[in-house]
Design a protein around this ligand. Structure first.
Ligand code: FES
Ligand code: FES
Length: 163
């Protein structure tokens, strides 16, 4: 079947499932995830690409999905907050956020968790300052960040203990 006029075909893996879709060239990845695939766990908190609540992983690195076009994900792998639990078990970072009371309204949490996972992948043994710096692009209006930083440090310590 031919492409509809003005559309671009993309092949993308999202949370382990392969999709082939036709999208408008200017469609943002976050809108593709939410509106087309129903992945509403990834949220939009601003229109200026600065809150980080839309953060997902693109080929294993965190990106703000409101700052990436869906067509840029063509041929790549996207993991959202909905794809990180395994076999019904929370991801260790989700567990750490829960146990450290690192959320209140929860709006920033999906993006914070995706960013935090990437942060530890790049630096498995961060200092508190490293964590604060790594989360600078993710805004939280509720928690004052203290428990978020604690959650990330706890997840890092747990991962270290398990090595
Ligand atoms: S919605 Fe993407 S940075 Fe705010
Ligand atoms: S918990 Fe409400 S914005 Fe972070």
């Amino acid at each position: 079947m031919g492409l509809a006029w003005g559309m671009t075909r993309i092949s993308v893996s999202v949370d382990g499932i392969a999709y082939v879709d036709e999208v408008e060239p200017r469609m943002l990845l976050v809108h593709y995830l939410r509106d087309r695939l129903g992945k509403t766990g990834t949220v939009v908190g601003c229109d200026t690409s600065n809150c980080g609540s839309c953060t997902v992983h693109l080929d294993g690195r965190s990106v703000k999905s409101c700052a990436v076009l869906a067509v840029q994900a063509d041929g790549h792998e996207v993991i959202t907050i909905e794809g990180i639990a395994k076999d019904g078990e929370l991801h260790p970072m989700q567990r750490a956020f829960h146990e450290s009371h690192a959320l209140q309204c929860g709006y920033c949490t999906p993006g914070m968790i995706m960013q935090s996972i990437d942060l530890l992948a790049a630096n498995p043994d961060p200092t508190e300052a490293d964590v604060r710096e790594g989360l600078e692009g993710n805004l939280c209006r509720c928690t004052g960040y203290h428990n978020i930083v604690k959650a990330v440090l706890t997840a890092a310590a747990d991962a270290k203990a398990a090595r």
